[in-house]
Design a protein around this ligand. Structure first.
Ligand code: SF4
Length: 262
């Protein structure tokens, strides 16, 4: 993974929860989640944007287990860590289902390469945002064009910026209905169900990673850092006054932060 330095090296790494007993109200939470997925599927065509995160692996599990008519895709930014690519293949094998690979526009990548070096993302927010636009936002917009609804794995517990994520909302930025079936899920509920159902997740969760995106922009976190602290961390370090964005723009479709193709 990335070689970018960060502080607090003396502290233990983050460890994801290990929960053997169902959290209170879990059965109702799960039933509501499946019901919301079924409702999303009535907005055909409905697609699920997976980032191969733990949340998205849980949703992929439910969509396949319940045979819900929602097509799954993932953005291959060409900067994903090897562990994510390994999980991608393993998930398709496990469920016998394809996760459609959506890639950046070739001309867009060529223009990006002519405009800035790969290292420019660490030097200016504009350069980082341009990379995210070419590798994520534009491919996502292309994929969502003509769709009636999309599903994401956003949870309110993931960050302060996601604290108001609704279960269902009109996504004005992309012009379709957006469903976040895990909006109410706690960390404990998430990991309890993953372990109970033996859902495959990235090996990086066992090495201090709490949120996983592109390799250059993701680092492990210490136990007392926020789960999204490992994303674009250098922006907050350079200017603590503005804080880290922790979002790449694809979930910022209205004044509340909504969206997680990680
Ligand atoms: S997360 Fe990083 S590598 Fe990935 S598209 Fe954004 S800036 Fe580029």
């Amino acid at each position: 993974m990335t070689t970018q330095p960060f502080s607090s090296l003396a502290k233990p790494w983050y460890q994801r929860p290990s929960v053997s007993v169902a959290p209170e109200g879990f059965d109702a939470l799960l039933a509501d989640t499946v019901a919301l997925l079924r409702r999303a599927a009535t907005h055909a065509p409905c697609v699920f944007a997976s980032s191969l995160s733990a949340e998205d692996m849980l949703l992929f599990h439910l969509i396949n287990r319940e045979r819900i008519a929602i097509h799954t895709f993932a953005l291959d930014t060409e900067k994903l860590p090897p562990a994510t690519l390994t999980l991608w293949a393993a998930a398709e094998s496990r469920y016998g289902a394809t996760i459609e690979r959506i890639t950046p526009d070739v001309a867009g990548l060529q223009g990006l390469a002519q405009t800035q070096a790969d290292s420019a993302i660490y030097e200016s927010i504009a350069a980082r945002e341009l990379c995210c636009t070419v590798r994520k936002t534009e491919p996502l917009r292309r994929m969502l064009t003509g769709k009636a609804a999309w599903v994401t794995g956003l949870r309110r517990a993931q960050s302060a910026g996601r604290a108001s994520v609704p279960a269902q909302v009109w996504d004005a930025g992309f012009g379709l209905e957006k469903f976040n079936p895990l909006a109410d899920w706690s960390d404990e509920a998430l990991w309890y169900f993953i372990d109970r159902e033996d859902i495959p997740v990235s090996a990086l969760y066992a090495t201090g990673y709490a949120s996983i995106g592109c390799e250059p922009c993701t680092r492990p976190i210490r136990f007392d850092e926020h789960p999204r602290a490992g994303r674009w961390w250098w922006e907050a370090a350079a200017d603590p006054g503005v804080g880290t964005s922790s979002e790449c723009g694809i979930h910022v479709a209205h004044k509340d932060v909504v969206g997680s193709v990680q």
